[in-house]
Design a protein around this ligand. Sequence first.
Ligand code: ZN
Length: 432
Amino acid sequence: MVVARRFDLVLRGYRVAGRPQTVDIAVSDGIIAAITESLDGGGDVEVAVGGRLVAPAFVQPHIHLDKVGTLPLLGENRTGTLAEAIEILHRTKRAGTPEEISERAGVVIRQAVLAGTTIIRTHVDVDTIGGLSPLRGVVRAAREHADLCDVQIVAFPQEGILRDPGTLELMDQAMREGATVVGGMPHWESSPDDSARHVEACLDLAQRYDADVDMHVDETDDADSRTLAMLVEATARRGWGGRVTAGHCCAMAAWEDGYAADVIMDAVAAGVMFVTNPATNLLLQGRADREPRRRGLPRVKEMLRAGAVVACGQDCVQDGFYPFGAADPLQTALILCHAAQLSLPAEIDHALESISGAAARVLGLEGYGVDPGCFADLVVLDADDPHEALRLTAPRRWVIRRGSVIAETDVRTSLLRSEGHRVHGERPHRIS
Ligand SMILES: [Zn+2]
């Protein structure tokens, strides 16, 4: 007699990208045990809604959870510039307590989970203005949401290291109090020599703690900002490839074409990965330009053609830099498509990859994907295929983490026609 197998969770009749048939997905001990067209066995929990799309849960590779939701606490940014935004932020940073920071961070963690995210990499400011309060606030929020989401914390010297003496010691302490990744902001130093010292200090710290590095790099319109090349060279020299990420890289938009191509090629060879944050950077960069106006984005198409890992982050949610943001990776990927002009099918695939597989590589995740043996971190999208999910920023019907359903969204809309006909259950904006 054959006894049907029992699983912790079974998803019935789902669609997986690249498969013509709907499938059943079985999960045991938080791992995908089987994906098959007709599963032999049942689950302690069964979820059955035919034909929806299952994708790996989204990965948020770049956000600032210590700053989210600070906009109502700030005065007005009269010039709309990055410089004034930073000045205003100092005041809020000085006043922030771990309790208050944790509350704001928690709101956005929960939004991110509802949007299908089960792991977040967040930068937190480490400097002599706020000390370790931002870190302690975000650590607290991460602990309070440990049942919903993993949070990787980057010790981020927002004010510079040489410009703000004492910061390196605080970063060292942050690595002992919950940060696991070393951040950086080398272009914020006062000279190219200091920028180079900043890069070396961050890599020293990372190697001492056997940690990954994730720096804010060249977040400026200045064509002379060339700290990406410094980071790439130091990564290659120290053999830290595969563990280093360069975020923002806005100056690349201002660089001369040949120089940009060389640095991109060197970055790929050195194993330096990229995170672009199109929403914030489209809003903040190029403000001093008359037309044509630079978009302030890295050269995403050229990076992809060179074989680079390119992830896409939210960066900011309702703070002094950016008044919008929903911690929704589909929204940021859609913005990326417009900003970087990704419109061909393979390019749209890259945009989706930037919030999933590529972001997972930046975070160093193992067992990521919708395949047997992968962790059962999944999002069920109210769409037939990934491109439709992106086009409609489709509702996240269910979010699953390690085999447990941790969030659900039930969208119900009705057309009220003059004849009195009522149509239930249509997807928002969907024309069929
Ligand atoms: Zn950032």
